[in-house]
Design a binder for this molecule. Structure first.
Ligand SMILES: Nc1nc2c(c(=O)[nH]1)N[C@H]1C(S)=C(S)[C@@H](COP(=O)(O)O)O[C@H]1N2
Ligand SMILES: [Mo]
Length: 421
């Protein structure tokens, strides 16, 4: 078995041995055949017919998966209207986030928009100001692309030290979806951007009226005006009926409930790009317009919400990595706090500015572990430690924490958030 990186399964096992972390798997993980009430006793689902095809016109997960939900940290915000909840990363596999589990970040609650009454206006420094109905937009060519959206504040609570116990809370302000949308360039070209048109200001139709300044180069390069997520209409939480997709750039710029795009000759310096979404440095200066999300990764299993429950022996480590600058050709993992690093096995599709899945199979000898992952992106950039970040960003930052995360696993397999930098 060989993966994209040319490393074979045998190499991983050898790496495990070389690190002294584990012995080769000898037995099998399955139990020996014997009496088992799960087999010998009739279960109710075998003794009666089930519901028919019309019982569930829009499907929902099994009742046994009811714990797999977005969760909020109540003390983080004053109320749930201008707040955030988190994607349960530790319950997910592959690279696509299910629509009902995408974290939500609203500044004025969820707008419930009637698409028949929704309009998209393009005005400002254009030859012809235009207004599009949803029906008008459906006549433009569309594209399908997989992108992650990460809030710049993801992991912000971890800047000064380990705080929240679970990757859902430390890293769950991210989702990764297949978008169907119209390249923004087509709409801007229709209106005719004047030569002095250098910036756009997308505006949301929600009560918060979210606005951000985006350079025209990015608007023309790869932004989409999206109307579908994972094949179906955007959810109201994600901006139904229209949202701006700004690949690789911080989530705040992905304006939901998109109603207007103004073209201007300079940035607007609105709230979300001055008092918020800037990084206060040690000297009192602030970094501004830090749009791109740098390479980052996190181990989703084991993690505080997903402990090892099977005892020693064969174990699967699973995680995700992403970069706003390209793809993720490689992730390294350590199970001993950085003494030994091994190359993880990348698995699943690799798209530009999308989440990637990685695995590391190892034999757990039952001793405590310090788990870390380190992403490399296609530009050659390597995910830094938190101390490396603080060395040039100081201690006052919130946004753009892409530092290496550590989980401590004790002898019982329980995991907790710690920092080893
Ligand atoms: N109109 C509007 N767009 C918005 C917001 C908002 O409050 N209103 N929140 C922004 C922020 S800060 C983020 S991180 C993303 C969150 O997208 P999601 O709710 O799909 O996760 O939407 C952005 N777009
Ligand atoms: Mo955000």
């Amino acid at each position: 078995m060989t993966d994209r990186n040319g490393a074979s399964r045998r190499d991983f096992l050898r790496a495990g041995l070389a690190g002294g972390a584990a012995a080769l798997a000898t037995g099998t993980v399955a139990r020996a055949a014997g009496p088992d009430p799960a087999i010998t006793e009739q279960q109710p689902w075998r003794t009666m017919l089930g519901e028919g095809v019309d019982a569930r016109p829009y499907g929902a997960p099994s009742q046994y998966e009811a714990h797999v939900v977005r969760r909020n940290v109540e003390w983080l915000t004053a109320d749930p209207i201008s707040s955030v909840n988190f994607t349960p990363l530790h319950e997910l596999e592959g690279i696509i986030t299910p629509n009902g589990l995408c974290f939500e970040r609203h500044h004025g609650g969820i707008a419930e928009i009637d698409p028949a009454k929704h309009r998209l206006m393009i005005n400002g420094l254009v030859d012809t100001p235009l207004v599009f109905t949803m029906a008008d937009l459906m006549r433009f060519p569309r594209e399908n692309r997989v992108y992650f959206l990460e809030c710049a504040a993801n992991s912000g609570m971890e800047w000064r030290g380990a705080q929240l116990n679970g990757c859902q809370y430390t890293h769950g302000m991210i989702h990764n979806l297949v978008y169907t949308g119209i390249p923004l360039k087509y709409l801007l070209d229709e209106a005719g951007v004047r030569t002095n048109g250098k910036w756009i200001l997308p505006e949301g139709g929600d009560a918060a009226g979210m606005t951000r300044s985006i350079p025209i180069e990015k608007a023309m390069e790869d932004c989409l005006v999206a109307f579908k997520m994972n094949g179906e209409a955007l959810r109201p939480e994600q901006g139904y009926p229209l949202r701006l997709v700004v690949p690789g750039w911080e989530g705040n710029m992905w304006v939901k409930w998109l109603r207007r795009i103004e073209v201007g000759d300079e940035p607007w310096h609105h709230r979300e790009e001055t008092s918020k979404y800037t990084d206060l440095l040690a000297g009192g200066k602030a970094r501004r317009f830090t749009w791109v999300m740098d390479a980052k990764s996190v181990i989703t299993n084991p993690s505080p919400q997903a402990p090892i429950t099977h005892g020693r022996g064969p174990a699967v480590l699973s995680g995700v990595a992403w970069s706003g600058r390209g793809t993720i050709p490689r992730v390294d993992v350590t199970i001993d706090g950085g003494k030994n690093w091994y190359q993880a096995r990348m698995d699943g599709p690799s798209f530009d500015k999308s989440m990637h899945r990685f695995y590391f199979e190892f034999d757990w000898d039952g001793s405590p572990l310090l788990l870390q992952s380190r992403a490399h992106d296609s530009t050659g950039y390597v995910q830094p430690t938190k101390d490396e970040l603080r060395a040039f960003r100081g201690y006052e930052s919130i946004y753009h924490n892409n530092g290496i995360q550590t989980w401590y696993v004790n002898e019982k397999g329980e995991a907790e958030n710690v920092e080893v930098s």
